[in-house]
Design a protein around this ligand. Structure first.
Ligand code: PEP
Ligand code: MN
Length: 337
């Protein structure tokens, strides 16, 4: 249930309600809006009466939350969530572009990619150090060495780092090196991982599971938020369908649906969503036109030699031209890139 405090409610009134709920052993989540404070209440509410709560000073109304995702849903927060890391805002007027190679392969490859995406205007460098590969014989990533290279690339370029965390064991070390922790499609319902990430002081980029419904995806976000980490960025990356022309089927309708159901920012990954370089540009433009808050794109200095996902990686010059196109669509949407 949520308790909507009235516009003029004082901090003491909010506190008094909080204490009353905590005494009943309930979990409290506060959402401080521009005008109103909303208190999200989770737990066994059988001993509370809505009408008694409604009679308390400063309370405007008490409402049940019908959606199963209590904190990720719009009823908990009406305004869009904007996640700020330094001077980069995700979910605001400016689109954020996450770009870089699929995997960190070497210092030269990473630095060249980082410099190229930075020069084109991206602010976040992506790159996997721990790679979830379908085959155990494929390149698995440089692991800790890869994290060190990412941190070094941040030193050199000032880009923020986003890299994937595959298991609970490596959370601590990845959080030490990376600004944003990515949960890959295969791990979207790894609930132990999500729970641990709810206690990490880093934003989480949560990719949609390859066979996940939008509700399951929002419930995965809820796991992270329920433990206190409200900084979740959703990423649509395509789902598995019967279609074979593309690696996945990029579900662009998820963008306006998420925007109506949730306050969380959503970006789109057209690289994994299509698996094809020539589809990255049109799908990126369509994503922005559909309301995405940014995109994640694979860029490699030499895709033909890439150890991972070369066929879907843009060359640096293709990325420059994509950024130009994105700026134009952003303008139409009243945004910047
Ligand atoms: C990635 O972005 O590196 C990745 C492995 O993506 P996904 O989890 O969407 O397959
Ligand atoms: Mn990849």
């Amino acid at each position: 249930m949520i308790i909507v405090m009235s516009e003029g409610a004082t901090a003491q009134q909010v506190d008094a309600i909080k204490q009353r709920l905590e005494k009943e052993g309930l979990q409290i989540h506060l959402s401080q809006g521009v005008e109103k404070t909303i208190i999200g209440v989770i737990g066994d509410k059988s001993r509370l009466s809505a009408s008694t709560l409604e009679a308390q000073p400063g309370v405007e109304k008490v409402m049940p939350v019908l959606q199963p995702y209590k904190l990720a849903g719009r009823s908990f927060r009406q305004q869009d969530t904007i996640i700020r890391i330094g001077d980069v805002a995700i979910g605001g007027e400016e689109l954020q572009i996450f770009a870089g190679p699929c995997a960190v392969e070497s210092w030269e490859q990473l630095l060249e990619s980082a410099q190229a995406v930075k020069a084109a205007g991206a602010k976040i460098l992506r790159g996997g150090a721990f790679k979830p590969r379908t085959s155990p014989y494929a390149f698995q990533g440089l692991e800790e060495q890869g994290l060190k290279l990412l941190a070094q690339a941040r030193e050199e370029t000032g880009l923020l780092i986003c890299t994937e965390v595959m298991d609970t064991r490596s959370i601590e070390i990845i959080a030490e090196y990376s600004d944003i922790l990515q949960v890959g499609t295969r791990n979207m319902q790894n609930f132990h991982l999500l729970r641990e990430l709810s206690r990490v002081n880093r934003p989480i980029l949560l990719k949609r599971g390859l066979s996940a419904t939008i509700e399951e995806w929002l419930m995965a976000a809820e796991y992270i938020m329920a433990g206190g980490n409200y900084n979740v960025i959703l990423c649509e990356r395509g789902i598995r369908t019967f279609e074979t022309q593309t690696r996945n089927t990029l579900d662009l309708s998820a963008i306006p649906i998420i925007k109506s159901l949730s306050h969380l920012p959503i970006i789109v990954d057209p690289s994994h969503g299509t698996g094809k370089r020539n589809l990255v540009r049109p799908m990126s433009m369509a994503s922005v036109a559909a309301g995405a808050d940014g995109i994640m794109v694979e860029v490699h200095p030499n895709p033909a030699e890439a150890l991972c996902d070369g066929p879907q990686s843009l060359r640096p010059e293709e990325f420059v031209s994509l950024m130009d196109d994105l700026r134009r669509v952003a303008g139409v949407m009243g945004r910047t890139a």
